[in-house]
Design a protein around this ligand. Structure first.
Ligand code: SF4
Ligand code: SF4
Length: 385
């Protein structure tokens, strides 16, 4: 892979990743078998279709599926393709599941062993936000990753980010050699005050850095939005899926290396490839359609949970927070019957905690990249019990 020095210049004629296929394969929500393990055979088929269409960028993390994601990537891609057929990005977390500097730094070695990739094309400090940045500084992770780059074990380094635009500006001023940034961007969060997609994007542009994008479909939600939103998209183009509008919105922004879609089955891969294979940026008329949908969403009362599960790991009451929020959203959007809702709620909380079991310890709120007021929101979900 050509290493472009200096990253993205303002005129956008040349920047890191300019020529990379604009759909990236996110390995966060891989298909599962009934026993809960990853369906590697299905991942192989998905990877084959992706690479055959021109895809190269795979995105994993030390934390995804307890290492299962990186191992599945090895089986599906590394063991079956030459090294120059793909780019692999993975991430080191100094904030979740680590207690000291040594274990944080050792994540790199474990990821290298799990993937068998030999080196990482893209390597990220994982999920930086305002309440965990101190860990990355305290453990010297910035210098550690820069050292890995000097050794050629990492080709490009960056960080994924869930904090405020102000912190982002500070970090990019402090670390001007960062090669790229990964942001959560989608049309629904563009003007959202907590996620602040637009403002964060503008900070990255100001620092002339290219971006990879996560959650373009907002954890799958924008693939199946409320009927009133579906109607707007259907009217504009009956042949385009709702997901295609979401991914193309993000891929049409300047300075994008690739847009990561966390695909969970072959159908999602096929749908994504159908419009990204010969990607065309949104036209002026299509932008207006997105603006209309954004106006509708402004009034939306849904809980803005992306189902990342960062909150559940340390919950002392084992409450399936994202599953409960998802049911609440379905109640808001689809007017489910009480009977149906209770059945789904019982299923989601079977052998686990219920919303009313919350002891308000606050652990989950500190871990939530969406800064949701989880404790209060769970109170609104008790009516489903
Ligand atoms: S505040 Fe409630 S939901 Fe959050 S971690 Fe504590 S017990 Fe679990
Ligand atoms: S509540 Fe927050 S941390 Fe938990 S799954 Fe939803 S977005 Fe993630």
């Amino acid at each position: 892979m050509k290493v472009i020095k200096g990253s993205w210049k303002g005129d956008m004629t040349d920047y890191l990743g300019k020529d990379i296929f604009k759909l990236g394969f996110g390995l966060m929500r891989l298909p599962k078998l009934e026993d809960g393990s990853i369906d590697v055979e299905q991942v192989k088929v998905m990877a084959d279709k992706f690479i055959a269409a021109g895809g190269k960028y795979f995105d994993s993390a030390y934390l995804y599926d307890g290492g299962g994601s990186e191992r599945a990537f090895k089986e599906a891609v590394v063991d079956r393709y030459p090294r120059d057929a793909y780019y692999i990005a993975t991430k080191l977390s100094a904030a979740i599941g680590v207690s000291d500097e040594e274990s944080a730094k050792n994540e790199f070695n474990i990821s290298l062993e799990r993937t068998g990739a030999g080196y990482f094309d893209f390597y990220l400090l994982h999920g930086i936000q305002n309440n965990n940045i101190s860990k990355y500084d305290e453990y010297g992770i910035w210098d550690y990753v820069k050292g890995l780059k000097e050794q050629g074990l990492v080709k490009h380094y960056g960080f994924s980010f869930h904090g405020t635009p102000e912190l982002l500006d500070e970090l990019l001023s402090k670390h001007p050699d960062v090669d790229f940034v990964q942001l959560q961007i989608n049309y629904a969060d563009w003007e959202d005050e907590r996620v602040a997609s637009r403002r964060c994007y503008e900070v990255v542009r100001k620092h002339n850095k290219p971006l990879t994008v996560m959650e373009p479909i907002k954890g799958g939600k924008l693939a199946n939005p409320a009927d009133m939103i579906k109607d707007v998209f259907q009217k504009a183009n009956p042949d385009a899926s709702c997901a295609s509008w979401a991914v193309r919105f993000v891929a049409s922004l300047d300075g994008i290396i690739t847009v990561l879609s966390g695909m969970s089955n072959i159908e999602q891969m096929e749908d994504n490839l159908s419009y990204m294979k010969d990607f065309k940026p949104l036209s002026e008329d299509e932008r207006k359609v997105i603006e209309e949908v954004q106006r509708i969403l402004k009034d939306d009362k849904q809980i803005k949970c992306t189902a990342c599960h960062y909150c559940t790991e340390g919950c002392p009451m084992s409450i399936p927070i994202p599953e409960i929020f998802s049911l609440k959203n379905q109640q808001i959007l689809f007017s489910l019957s009480d009977e149906q809702l209770r059945r789904d709620y019982m299923f989601a909380t079977h052998n686990r905690g219920k919303a009313s079991d919350c002891i308000e310890c606050g652990q989950c709120e500190g871990a939530c990249p969406q800064h949701l007021t989880i404790i209060d929101l769970l109170k609104t979900c008790r009516s489903m019990e």
